[in-house]
Design a protein around this ligand. Structure first.
Ligand SMILES: [Zn+2]
Length: 332
Protein backbone atom coordinates (compact mmCIF):
# COMPACT_ATOMS: atom_id res chain seq x y z
CA UNK A 1 0.00 0.00 0.00
CA UNK A 2 1.37 3.43 -0.96
CA UNK A 3 0.88 6.11 1.67
CA UNK A 4 0.76 9.90 1.35
CA UNK A 5 0.50 12.89 3.64
CA UNK A 6 -2.86 14.66 3.82
CA UNK A 7 -4.73 17.16 5.94
CA UNK A 8 -7.66 15.22 7.25
CA UNK A 9 -10.48 15.44 9.79
CA UNK A 10 -12.64 12.70 11.28
CA UNK A 11 -15.23 15.03 12.76
CA UNK A 12 -16.29 18.57 11.74
CA UNK A 13 -14.36 21.35 13.46
CA UNK A 14 -11.03 22.96 12.67
CA UNK A 15 -9.62 21.64 15.95
CA UNK A 16 -9.93 18.15 14.44
CA UNK A 17 -7.90 18.94 11.32
CA UNK A 18 -4.53 17.21 11.37
CA UNK A 19 -1.80 15.97 9.11
CA UNK A 20 -1.78 12.20 8.70
CA UNK A 21 -0.43 9.41 6.57
CA UNK A 22 -3.32 8.04 4.54
CA UNK A 23 -3.65 5.61 1.67
CA UNK A 24 -2.87 7.04 -1.73
CA UNK A 25 -6.07 7.20 -3.84
CA UNK A 26 -6.72 4.37 -6.28
CA UNK A 27 -7.38 5.06 -9.96
CA UNK A 28 -10.31 4.03 -12.14
CA UNK A 29 -9.68 3.60 -15.89
CA UNK A 30 -10.60 7.25 -16.64
CA UNK A 31 -8.92 8.75 -13.58
CA UNK A 32 -5.69 10.63 -13.19
CA UNK A 33 -3.42 10.83 -10.18
CA UNK A 34 -2.27 14.41 -9.69
CA UNK A 35 0.80 15.21 -7.59
CA UNK A 36 -0.46 18.37 -5.91
CA UNK A 37 2.05 21.23 -6.11
CA UNK A 38 0.01 24.09 -4.74
CA UNK A 39 -3.53 24.54 -3.41
CA UNK A 40 -5.51 27.73 -2.84
CA UNK A 41 -7.12 28.39 0.53
CA UNK A 42 -10.65 29.74 0.26
CA UNK A 43 -13.61 30.35 2.58
CA UNK A 44 -15.24 27.20 1.18
CA UNK A 45 -12.43 25.13 2.74
CA UNK A 46 -13.07 26.69 6.12
CA UNK A 47 -16.80 25.94 5.80
CA UNK A 48 -16.06 22.37 4.66
CA UNK A 49 -13.89 21.74 7.71
CA UNK A 50 -16.31 23.35 10.15
CA UNK A 51 -19.92 23.17 8.98
CA UNK A 52 -20.78 21.58 5.66
CA UNK A 53 -21.79 17.88 5.71
CA UNK A 54 -19.17 16.11 3.61
CA UNK A 55 -18.41 12.71 2.20
CA UNK A 56 -16.35 10.56 2.59
CA UNK A 57 -15.51 10.68 6.28
CA UNK A 58 -12.68 10.94 7.42
CA UNK A 59 -12.31 13.77 4.95
CA UNK A 60 -9.60 15.70 3.09
CA UNK A 61 -10.60 19.32 2.28
CA UNK A 62 -9.12 21.54 -0.45
CA UNK A 63 -11.18 22.85 -3.38
CA UNK A 64 -8.55 24.66 -5.46
CA UNK A 65 -5.88 22.37 -6.83
CA UNK A 66 -2.88 22.67 -9.13
CA UNK A 67 -0.33 19.96 -9.77
CA UNK A 68 1.36 17.59 -12.14
CA UNK A 69 0.06 14.37 -13.66
CA UNK A 70 1.78 11.49 -11.85
CA UNK A 71 -0.13 8.47 -13.10
CA UNK A 72 -2.99 7.83 -15.54
CA UNK A 73 -5.75 5.21 -15.71
CA UNK A 74 -5.74 2.74 -18.61
CA UNK A 75 -8.25 4.66 -20.76
CA UNK A 76 -7.00 8.20 -20.16
CA UNK A 77 -6.20 9.98 -23.42
CA UNK A 78 -6.24 13.72 -22.75
CA UNK A 79 -3.24 14.12 -20.43
CA UNK A 80 0.18 12.56 -20.03
CA UNK A 81 2.50 12.02 -17.10
CA UNK A 82 4.32 15.25 -16.33
CA UNK A 83 1.61 17.60 -17.66
CA UNK A 84 0.86 20.58 -15.44
CA UNK A 85 -2.85 20.72 -14.70
CA UNK A 86 -5.49 22.57 -12.74
CA UNK A 87 -8.57 20.80 -11.43
CA UNK A 88 -12.08 21.88 -12.45
CA UNK A 89 -13.64 21.40 -9.05
CA UNK A 90 -17.13 20.18 -9.90
CA UNK A 91 -18.32 16.64 -10.27
CA UNK A 92 -20.60 16.56 -13.32
CA UNK A 93 -22.19 13.88 -15.51
CA UNK A 94 -21.99 15.75 -18.83
CA UNK A 95 -25.50 14.51 -19.63
CA UNK A 96 -28.11 16.52 -17.77
CA UNK A 97 -29.79 19.66 -19.12
CA UNK A 98 -27.48 21.93 -17.10
CA UNK A 99 -24.32 20.23 -18.36
CA UNK A 100 -25.62 20.30 -21.93
CA UNK A 101 -26.11 24.05 -21.61
CA UNK A 102 -22.50 24.40 -20.55
CA UNK A 103 -23.26 24.88 -16.86
CA UNK A 104 -21.43 21.94 -15.36
CA UNK A 105 -21.25 23.77 -12.03
CA UNK A 106 -25.04 23.28 -11.78
CA UNK A 107 -25.04 19.61 -12.79
CA UNK A 108 -28.18 17.96 -11.42
CA UNK A 109 -26.19 14.85 -10.56
CA UNK A 110 -23.03 16.58 -9.44
CA UNK A 111 -21.50 18.53 -6.62
CA UNK A 112 -18.36 20.22 -5.45
CA UNK A 113 -15.04 18.43 -5.24
CA UNK A 114 -13.91 18.64 -1.60
CA UNK A 115 -17.55 18.37 -0.43
CA UNK A 116 -18.89 15.24 -2.14
CA UNK A 117 -15.38 13.86 -2.70
CA UNK A 118 -12.06 14.35 -0.96
CA UNK A 119 -10.22 17.55 -1.83
CA UNK A 120 -6.62 18.32 -2.60
CA UNK A 121 -4.88 19.28 0.65
CA UNK A 122 -2.73 16.18 0.17
CA UNK A 123 0.34 15.00 -1.69
CA UNK A 124 -1.75 13.21 -4.30
CA UNK A 125 -5.28 13.66 -5.57
CA UNK A 126 -7.26 11.46 -7.93
CA UNK A 127 -9.85 12.82 -10.35
CA UNK A 128 -11.52 12.09 -13.69
CA UNK A 129 -9.49 13.23 -16.71
CA UNK A 130 -12.51 15.36 -17.69
CA UNK A 131 -11.82 17.60 -14.71
CA UNK A 132 -8.30 18.50 -15.78
CA UNK A 133 -7.23 21.57 -17.73
CA UNK A 134 -3.61 21.82 -18.84
CA UNK A 135 -1.63 24.94 -18.01
CA UNK A 136 1.83 26.00 -19.08
CA UNK A 137 4.24 28.90 -18.76
CA UNK A 138 2.67 30.37 -15.63
CA UNK A 139 3.85 30.46 -12.04
CA UNK A 140 2.46 28.15 -9.37
CA UNK A 141 0.65 30.97 -7.54
CA UNK A 142 -1.40 31.94 -10.59
CA UNK A 143 -2.10 28.31 -11.49
CA UNK A 144 -3.36 27.61 -7.97
CA UNK A 145 -5.68 30.61 -8.24
CA UNK A 146 -7.44 29.69 -11.48
CA UNK A 147 -9.96 27.02 -10.38
CA UNK A 148 -11.79 28.97 -7.65
CA UNK A 149 -10.62 32.57 -7.19
CA UNK A 150 -10.24 33.52 -10.85
CA UNK A 151 -12.99 31.28 -12.23
CA UNK A 152 -15.66 32.55 -9.83
CA UNK A 153 -14.94 36.18 -10.73
CA UNK A 154 -14.63 35.46 -14.45
CA UNK A 155 -17.92 33.61 -14.60
CA UNK A 156 -19.80 36.23 -12.58
CA UNK A 157 -18.65 38.99 -14.94
CA UNK A 158 -19.48 36.88 -18.00
CA UNK A 159 -23.17 37.07 -17.06
CA UNK A 160 -23.26 40.83 -17.82
CA UNK A 161 -22.01 43.28 -20.47
CA UNK A 162 -19.06 45.10 -18.95
CA UNK A 163 -17.75 47.21 -21.84
CA UNK A 164 -18.15 50.92 -21.14
CA UNK A 165 -19.85 50.31 -17.81
CA UNK A 166 -18.98 51.49 -14.31
CA UNK A 167 -18.13 48.47 -12.16
CA UNK A 168 -17.80 48.75 -8.37
CA UNK A 169 -15.98 45.84 -6.73
CA UNK A 170 -16.45 45.27 -3.00
CA UNK A 171 -13.75 43.10 -1.43
CA UNK A 172 -11.36 44.12 -4.20
CA UNK A 173 -8.24 42.78 -2.49
CA UNK A 174 -9.81 39.43 -1.61
CA UNK A 175 -9.39 36.08 -3.34
CA UNK A 176 -12.06 36.60 -5.97
CA UNK A 177 -12.13 40.40 -5.77
CA UNK A 178 -8.58 40.88 -7.05
CA UNK A 179 -9.51 38.86 -10.13
CA UNK A 180 -12.84 40.65 -10.55
CA UNK A 181 -10.88 43.92 -10.74
CA UNK A 182 -8.57 42.51 -13.43
CA UNK A 183 -11.34 41.01 -15.56
CA UNK A 184 -13.62 44.04 -15.28
CA UNK A 185 -10.75 46.19 -16.56
CA UNK A 186 -9.84 43.77 -19.38
CA UNK A 187 -13.49 43.67 -20.43
CA UNK A 188 -13.50 47.45 -20.84
CA UNK A 189 -15.14 48.62 -17.64
CA UNK A 190 -14.43 51.69 -15.53
CA UNK A 191 -13.42 50.00 -12.30
CA UNK A 192 -13.94 51.43 -8.84
CA UNK A 193 -12.36 49.15 -6.24
CA UNK A 194 -13.60 49.28 -2.67
CA UNK A 195 -10.54 48.51 -0.60
CA UNK A 196 -7.99 50.00 1.74
CA UNK A 197 -5.14 48.44 -0.26
CA UNK A 198 -3.61 50.67 -2.86
CA UNK A 199 -2.05 47.78 -4.79
CA UNK A 200 -5.42 47.05 -6.41
CA UNK A 201 -4.54 49.95 -8.78
CA UNK A 202 -1.78 47.80 -10.23
CA UNK A 203 -4.43 45.16 -10.85
CA UNK A 204 -6.46 47.51 -13.02
CA UNK A 205 -8.61 49.58 -10.68
CA UNK A 206 -9.23 53.08 -12.08
CA UNK A 207 -10.14 54.33 -8.63
CA UNK A 208 -9.69 52.96 -5.14
CA UNK A 209 -12.18 54.13 -2.53
CA UNK A 210 -12.51 53.27 1.11
CA UNK A 211 -15.50 51.38 2.43
CA UNK A 212 -16.71 54.18 4.71
CA UNK A 213 -16.73 56.73 1.86
CA UNK A 214 -17.93 54.46 -0.93
CA UNK A 215 -21.37 56.01 -1.44
CA UNK A 216 -20.20 59.62 -1.73
CA UNK A 217 -17.18 58.66 -3.84
CA UNK A 218 -19.16 56.59 -6.35
CA UNK A 219 -21.67 59.42 -6.60
CA UNK A 220 -18.90 61.94 -7.26
CA UNK A 221 -17.01 59.74 -9.74
CA UNK A 222 -20.15 58.94 -11.76
CA UNK A 223 -21.79 62.37 -11.61
CA UNK A 224 -24.63 60.91 -9.63
CA UNK A 225 -25.38 58.03 -12.03
CA UNK A 226 -23.93 55.43 -9.65
CA UNK A 227 -22.71 51.96 -10.72
CA UNK A 228 -23.99 49.90 -13.63
CA UNK A 229 -22.51 46.75 -12.16
CA UNK A 230 -21.65 46.01 -8.53
CA UNK A 231 -19.76 42.95 -7.37
CA UNK A 232 -20.22 41.78 -3.80
CA UNK A 233 -17.74 38.98 -3.14
CA UNK A 234 -17.81 39.41 0.62
CA UNK A 235 -21.34 38.71 1.79
CA UNK A 236 -23.76 40.36 4.16
CA UNK A 237 -21.38 42.94 5.70
CA UNK A 238 -21.38 45.02 2.49
CA UNK A 239 -24.84 44.11 1.22
CA UNK A 240 -26.57 47.39 2.03
CA UNK A 241 -23.76 49.48 0.61
CA UNK A 242 -23.50 47.35 -2.51
CA UNK A 243 -27.19 47.93 -3.16
CA UNK A 244 -27.02 51.63 -2.40
CA UNK A 245 -24.21 52.33 -4.93
CA UNK A 246 -26.13 50.48 -7.65
CA UNK A 247 -27.57 52.82 -10.29
CA UNK A 248 -30.65 52.62 -12.51
CA UNK A 249 -31.06 49.33 -14.35
CA UNK A 250 -27.97 48.12 -12.50
CA UNK A 251 -26.84 44.56 -11.95
CA UNK A 252 -25.66 43.36 -8.57
CA UNK A 253 -23.48 40.25 -8.85
CA UNK A 254 -22.85 38.32 -5.67
CA UNK A 255 -21.18 35.10 -4.61
CA UNK A 256 -19.32 33.96 -1.52
CA UNK A 257 -20.25 34.94 1.97
CA UNK A 258 -17.23 35.07 4.22
CA UNK A 259 -18.97 37.73 6.34
CA UNK A 260 -22.32 35.94 6.42
CA UNK A 261 -25.25 35.40 4.08
CA UNK A 262 -28.35 36.73 5.82
CA UNK A 263 -29.57 40.19 4.78
CA UNK A 264 -32.79 42.14 4.86
CA UNK A 265 -34.21 43.43 1.61
CA UNK A 266 -36.12 46.60 0.84
CA UNK A 267 -38.02 45.46 -2.26
CA UNK A 268 -38.81 49.01 -3.32
CA UNK A 269 -35.13 49.91 -3.37
CA UNK A 270 -34.61 47.09 -5.87
CA UNK A 271 -37.56 47.32 -8.24
CA UNK A 272 -37.63 51.09 -7.98
CA UNK A 273 -34.38 51.22 -9.92
CA UNK A 274 -35.13 48.19 -12.05
CA UNK A 275 -32.15 46.43 -10.52
CA UNK A 276 -31.19 42.80 -11.10
CA UNK A 277 -29.71 40.71 -8.33
CA UNK A 278 -27.62 37.94 -9.88
CA UNK A 279 -26.22 35.22 -7.65
CA UNK A 280 -23.51 33.15 -9.27
CA UNK A 281 -21.53 30.10 -8.28
CA UNK A 282 -18.20 28.94 -9.67
CA UNK A 283 -17.87 28.76 -13.42
CA UNK A 284 -18.04 26.25 -16.23
CA UNK A 285 -15.33 24.13 -17.82
CA UNK A 286 -15.11 26.25 -20.95
CA UNK A 287 -14.36 29.30 -18.83
CA UNK A 288 -11.58 27.49 -16.98
CA UNK A 289 -10.02 26.58 -20.34
CA UNK A 290 -10.25 30.25 -21.39
CA UNK A 291 -8.60 31.29 -18.14
CA UNK A 292 -5.76 28.83 -18.65
CA UNK A 293 -5.03 30.39 -22.03
CA UNK A 294 -5.06 33.97 -20.74
CA UNK A 295 -3.36 33.21 -17.42
CA UNK A 296 -0.08 34.86 -18.46
CA UNK A 297 -1.85 38.22 -18.33
CA UNK A 298 -3.11 37.68 -14.78
CA UNK A 299 -1.59 38.69 -11.47
CA UNK A 300 -2.20 37.43 -7.99
CA UNK A 301 -1.35 39.10 -4.71
CA UNK A 302 -0.07 36.45 -2.33
CA UNK A 303 0.13 37.12 1.38
CA UNK A 304 1.36 33.78 2.74
CA UNK A 305 2.53 30.49 1.36
CA UNK A 306 2.16 27.76 3.97
CA UNK A 307 3.17 24.13 4.24
CA UNK A 308 0.64 21.32 4.33
CA UNK A 309 1.54 20.81 8.00
CA UNK A 310 0.31 24.35 8.72
CA UNK A 311 -3.10 23.84 7.13
CA UNK A 312 -5.01 24.76 10.27
CA UNK A 313 -3.21 28.10 10.56
CA UNK A 314 -3.72 28.69 6.83
CA UNK A 315 -7.49 28.32 7.23
CA UNK A 316 -7.61 30.48 10.35
CA UNK A 317 -5.61 33.16 8.56
CA UNK A 318 -8.55 33.71 6.18
CA UNK A 319 -10.06 35.77 8.99
CA UNK A 320 -6.84 37.55 9.97
CA UNK A 321 -7.42 41.32 10.01
CA UNK A 322 -3.96 41.87 8.56
CA UNK A 323 -4.52 39.58 5.60
CA UNK A 324 -3.23 41.23 2.46
CA UNK A 325 -3.75 38.86 -0.43
CA UNK A 326 -4.06 35.14 -0.91
CA UNK A 327 -3.07 32.25 1.32
CA UNK A 328 -1.69 29.26 -0.56
CA UNK A 329 -0.48 25.84 0.52
CA UNK A 330 2.70 24.59 -1.14
CA UNK A 331 3.18 20.85 -1.11
CA UNK A 332 6.78 19.69 -1.47
ZN1 LIG B 1 -25.02 17.28 -15.44
Amino acid sequence: MIMMKALIFEKSGIENLKISDVKEPTLGPHDVLVKVKMAGVNPIDYFVVNFIPVTPMPHIPGAEIYGEVAKVGDHVKSVNIGDKVVVYNRVFDGKCDMCLQGMEQLCRNGGIISIITNGGFSEYFSVSEHNLVKVEGINDEIAASLPVAALTAYHALSTVQVFGKTVVVFGASGNTGQFAVQFAKMMGGYVIAVSNKNWVKEFGADEVVSYDKVEEKVKELTNGRMADIVINSVGSSVWDKSLSVLGLNGKLLFFGGITGSNVSLDLGAIYGKHASLIGTTGGNRKELVELASMAKKLKVKVWKVRKLEDGKEALQDLFNKNRDGRILIKIE
